[in-house]
Design a protein. Structure first.
Length: 233
């Protein structure tokens, strides 16, 4: 499979709980032996990856995103599929897409449809989706937010929307290299392959969207998490 993005390090992250929280919920303590995972950026930033949250049921922020969807929705970079499942449970046609084989497997284990595909290659229903979603930092995919948002604009219908999760105000725009770092207590840390990544702040997403022929129709937040809803210009 040809790909413009290499995310092999996320396969380790997605498989680290062996499907436990996805089946049993997010309650209970994290096992002491559970590895930690971080996304390390080449500007020195090191973000903990909320793996347990990804494997658990949809949290309130994801339910809030799902509630904005009223038609067929494509979940880009779906991970273990908690949001894809939340959409399906609302009676919507929902498709998860991820380049990670482990992500697709876990999403399918939740009883919903997912494809292993590069976002920048051909996808089902192009130009007909009512909504496209980029959450959990997935606006960083490929390291070129303008190109990514333009691609997402091609996927949705003329009156469709794109919901993206962004960094809090003040984050600006960053593009560079990143890698996944994993390690359990008492073990050596393991570094995954380097890939291109990006960060977009809430105050910057309008400028990035405009360059992709989109505009911000709404901004909203849930706790410390920020989102923007984009439509075609």
């Amino acid at each position: 499979m040809s790909s413009t993005t290499t995310l092999d390090g996320f396969d380790v992250v997605l498989g680290s709980f062996g499907g436990w929280p996805a089946e049993n919920g997010a309650s209970g303590p994290v096992p002491r032996s559970a590895p930690g995972h971080w996304l390390v950026h080449d500007d020195g930033r090191r973000d903990p990856l909320p793996v347990r949250r990804w494997h658990g049921p949809p949290e309130p922020a994801m339910e809030s995103v799902a509630a904005r969807c009223i038609g067929p929705t494509i979940d880009l970079g779906c991970g273990p599929g908690r949001l894809t499942r939340a959409l399906a449970q609302r009676g919507l046609v929902a498709l998860g897409v991820d380049i990670s084989a482990e992500a697709v497997r876990l999403t399918q284990c939740r009883g919903v449809i997912a494809l292993r595909r590069d976002i920048f290659t051909a996808l089902p229903g192009e130009g007909r989706w009512a909504h496209a979603l980029l959450v959990d930092g997935n606006i960083g995919i490929g390291g070129e937010p303008v190109r990514l948002l333009r691609r997402c604009g091609e996927l949705v219908a003329p009156n469709g929307t794109l919901v993206v999760e962004v960094d809090p105000p003040g984050a600006g725009l960053w593009q560079g290299q990143a890698y996944v770092l994993s390690g359990a207590p008492g073990e050596a840390e393991r570094r995954g392959p380097t890939f291109r990544w990006a960060r977009v702040g809430a105050e910057t997403v309008g400028r990035v969207a405009a360059a992709a022929d989109l505009r911000v129709a709404d901004r909203f937040r849930f706790g410390r998490r920020w989102f923007a809803e984009l439509v075609r210009s």
